[in-house]
Design a protein around this ligand. Structure first.
Ligand code: HEM
Length: 232
C-alpha cells in the first residue's frame, strides 16, 4: 500500500515542483528513499525566471530587433522605449542592488535623459507606475529583467548603431558596468528558489517587467506618430 502510493506522490511533487515530504520516522525523503531516485528539489530562482520569461524575451527581442539602429530614428526610438520602461523599473532595481548585492546601480534614467537631450528628443511621459514592488521576491524579478536587458547591448554595440559618425555616443549603450551587475546577480539567484512565495513574487514581477518594456516599446511608436502629425 505504502509502496504503491509513493510513486504517485513523487510524480505529483515533481509536477508541482516541490520537494517530497520528509518521512516522519527516519527524516529521509520518502519517495527518493524508496525509489532510489535522486532527490528532486525546487529549481533555483534563475532557472525559474529564465523559463518563465523566455517567450517574453523572444517577443521583445523581435520587436527591438526590427528597429533600424543604423538610422537616427531607430536609435531614438530604442532609447525612448528604454527611457519609458526604465522610469518605472529603475528604483526597485537600484534599491535591490544596493541592499542585496552591495553594488551601486548605474543611473540609467539619467543616461537615457542625457542621450535623448543630445538627440533633441522632448521629455517623455512614463505613464503610471503600476508595478507591484513590495511582494516577496518582486525586486529580484525586476532586477533580473533590467540587469539582463543590459546583456543584449553588448550585441548591439558590436553591430554598431547610428551616431558614431555624427559625434553621438550613447551613454546608455556604452555603459560598461553591465556585466558587474549580472555577475553579482546570477549567484544570488542561483542560491534561492526554495521559498514558494518568493519564487511566485519574482516570477510575476519579471513577467510584468517584460510587459512594461513591451508597452514602452509600443508607446515609443505612438510618440513617433504624434510627432509626425505635429510636423505634418
Ligand atoms: C528591453 C528589452 C530587453 C529585455 C528586457 C531583455 C532581457 C534580457 C534578460 C533578462 C536576459 C538574461 C537571460 C538569461 O540569461 O537568463 C537577456 C539576455 C540576453 N539578451 Fe536580452 N533583453 C532585451 C532586449 C534584447 C535585444 C534587443 C537583444 C538583441 C540584440 C537581446 C539579446 C540578448 C542576448 C544576446 C542575451 C544573452 C547575453 C549573454 O548571455 O551574454 N536582448 N536579455
Amino acid at each position: 500500500m505504502l509502496l504503491r502510493n509513493i510513486p504517485g506522490l513523487y510524480v505529483l511533487n515533481m509536477a508541482e515542483q516541490v520537494p517530497p515530504r520528509l518521512c516522519w520516522q527516519c527524516s529521509l525523503y520518502e519517495s527518493a528513499m524508496l525509489l532510489d531516485a535522486p532527490l528532486p528539489h525546487a529549481p533555483d530562482l534563475l532557472s525559474v525566471l529564465r523559463e518563465a520569461t523566455a517567450p517574453s524575451h523572444a517577443r521583445l527581442d523581435d520587436a527591438f530587433g526590427a528597429l533600424a539602429l543604423n538610422q537616427r530614428d531607430g536609435i531614438a526610438r530604442f532609447l525612448r522605449a528604454h527611457a519609458i520602461g526604465m522610469a518605472q523599473l529603475y528604483p526597485p532595481v537600484r534599491d535591490f542592488m544596493r541592499r542585496e548585492l552591495g553594488l551601486i546601480c548605474p543611473d540609467y534614467p539619467a543616461m537615457l535623459r542625457a542621450d535623448l537631450d543630445a538627440l533633441g528628443e522632448p521629455e517623455l511621459d512614463a505613464g503610471d507606475v503600476s508595478l507591484k514592488q513590495d511582494e516577496t521576491g518582486a525586486a529580484a524579478g525586476i532586477s533580473y529583467v533590467v540587469t539582463g536587458s543590459r546583456l543584449g547591448l553588448t550585441v548591439i554595440r558590436q553591430r554598431g548603431y547610428w551616431g558614431e559618425a555624427e559625434g553621438f555616443r550613447s551613454a546608455y549603450m556604452e555603459d560598461g558596468a553591465e556585466r558587474a551587475g549580472w555577475k553579482a546577480l546570477v549567484p544570488w539567484l542561483r542560491a534561492r528558489g526554495d521559498d514558494p512565495s518568493e519564487r511566485d513574487g519574482a516570477r510575476a514581477a519579471a513577467l510584468e517587467s517584460f510587459d512594461i518594456f513591451a508597452r514602452a516599446f509600443a508607446a515609443s511608436a505612438a510618440d513617433d506618430i504624434a510627432r509626425q502629425d505635429a510636423h505634418g
